[in-house]
Design a protein around this ligand. Structure first.
Ligand code: GDP
Ligand code: IMO
Ligand code: MG
Length: 445
């Protein structure tokens, strides 16, 4: 799987960070292609625990070249803060971390606006991460945006003024204070000078690396159901978090992508507001939250929890063209007597396995469940699929059948060392020598 895309198959927090970290030995570069610091990707690395919001998780591996692609919205303060955090852990990114000159700037006024709009929406608020993501993408689409490359040398100054006026008008309407254009211009000068050594035409870089035979991992943020086109609109993020976002968000064309690995949690979570048919609002949901430590990496909010919903996962499989699945957090289900898996929705008098488009239909969807016996035994630390308890193997096989894609990786702990690699289960494009490197690193060699 040279040039592999990693996407979340649910509403985010599927464990993308852990899987990216596991796979890094098979790759030479990693690129983020959408979103901003709304993401929170957790990686256990040795004895340390990293939460990366902005910079690709692969930065922890010294051989990896890292790209923040043009499809991202870029908050310089958050970026520098994350760099300092990495430096504090002895991670040296010098000369291997690149920011797209075409990524759009996310300004403090976008963050203000995110908060002011959420307050104005009241009961209809989205429940955003309050990082300014929606307003920054809106600025880009409305063609008032300023790109990272334009703050170097000040070529974007007049457009920056126009943008500040526009954001100021909306902030004033919402009873928030107007940003100071001069202060912002000065801030941009400082950012530009600091960023200059890292800013590149990253489409040229990535395509050049691929020409040279290097393998690139594309690290998605959020998840399919949070995609602005394919998700549960309007309770979504403002970017294309599905596999299609890779091409627009990096400038690497579809023909150069070799495969898609979908990350699927063995149950479902969602943080923020919006529909969630298989949500458990009883003690089983509380149990999943506690045992799975389901509290937001970015905002600390408790995540809503429910059973695995294969209507959602099958939809993701279709939208992303998933070649293989990494099933994560199987261990969280270890103690259940019985486990449910959603196979279809009943909406009025019809039953469907297709994910509906309107909020009204999703709200009316009654999940139809198949109940399977739990395995009631620990699974963490098991490295061979055949060593899993029979009921756990059956659960994995049932998920494969219902979702319609093979499960190539089964994760049973936050640690890289505790992941089952099923050679042959859709992982074939990841050539055997590259897969061997992943297994060797997993085993600490
Ligand atoms: P991401 O946003 O998709 O990268 O996921 P997050 O990092 O926000 O949330 C996933 C959480 O689950 C993190 O705290 C991971 O360390 C943890 N995790 C990942 N895989 C496993 C697993 O197989 N078992 C358990 N128990 N935890 C896991
Ligand atoms: P990772 O990459 C889970 C959710 C927010 C909110 C909605 C819109 O860690 O999986 P935004 O701030 O993007 O405008 O918020 O999207 N959201 C996430 N939920 N994981 C994430 O990222 C998320 N990024 C945004 O909670 O419901
Ligand atoms: Mg997360």
């Amino acid at each position: 799987m040279a040039n592999t895309v990693i996407i979340g198959m649910q509403w985010g927090d599927e464990g993308k960070g852990k899987i990216v970290d596991l796979l890094c030995p098979a790759f030479d570069a990693v690129a983020r292609y959408q979103g901003g610091n709304n993401a929170g990707h957790t990686v256990r690395f040795g004895d340390s625990h990293f939460a990366l919001h902005f910079i690709p998780s692969g930065v922890l591996h010294p051989q990896m070249r890292c790209v923040l692609g043009n499809g991202m919205v870029f908050n310089p303060d958050a970026f520098f803060e994350e760099l300092e955090g990495l430096a504090g852990h002895g991670i040296d990114w010098t000369g291997r971390l690149f920011v797209s000159d075409r990524a759009h700037l996310l300004l403090p006024a976008h963050i203000e606006l995110d908060g002011a709009r959420e307050r104005a929406r009241g009961a209809d608020r989205i429940g955003t991460t309050a990082r300014g993501i929606g307003p920054a993408y809106e600025t880009k689409i409305s063609r008032f945006g300023v790109r990272v490359g334009e703050i170097i040398g000040g070529s974007g100054d007049s457009r920056l003024d126009a943008l500040v006026r526009r954001l100021g008008d909306e902030l004033a309407q919402l009873d928030a204070s107007r940003p100071d254009a001069d202060a912002l211009t000065a801030l941009c000068r400082g950012w530009g000078a600091r960023l200059e050594p890292m800013v590149r035409d990253t489409a040229q870089l990535l395509n050049g690396w691929i020409d040279d035979g290097l393998a690139v991992l594309f690290e998605g943020a959020q998840g399919t159901l949070l995609d602005v086109d394919h998700g549960t609109y309007p309770y979504v993020t403002s970017s294309n978090s599905t596999a299609g976002g890779v091409c627009t968000g990096t400038g690497v064309p579809p023909k150069r992508l070799s495969g898609v690995l979908g990350i699927l949690k063995a149950y479902t979570t969602r943080v923020g507001r919006g529909p969630f048919p298989a949500e458990l609002t009883d003690e089983r949901g509380d149990f999943l939250r506690e045992r799975g430590n389901e509290f937001g990496t970015t905002t600390g909010r408790p995540r809503r929890c429910g059973w695995l919903d294969t209507v959602v996962a099958r939809y993701s499989q279709m939208i992303n063209g998933v070649d293989s699945i990494a099933l994560t957090k199987l261990d969280v289900l270890d103690t259940f007597e019985e486990i449910k898996i959603c196979t279809a929705y009943r909406i009025g008098d019809r039953e469907t396995t297709e994910f509906p488009s309107t909020l009204e239909e999703i709200a009316a969807a009654e999940p139809q469940y198949e109940t399977v016996p739990g395995w009631k035994a620990p699974t963490d630390g098991i490295l061979e699929f055949d060593d899993l308890p029979a009921e756990a193997r059956d659960y994995v096989r049932l998920a494969e059948e219902l979702v319609g894609a093979p499960i190539g990786l089964v994760s049973t702990s936050p640690r890289r060392e505790e992941t089952i690699v099923r050679t042959g289960a859709g992982l074939e494009p990841l050539t055997s020598d590259r897969l061997d490197r992943v297994i060797a690193r997993r085993d600490g060699e």
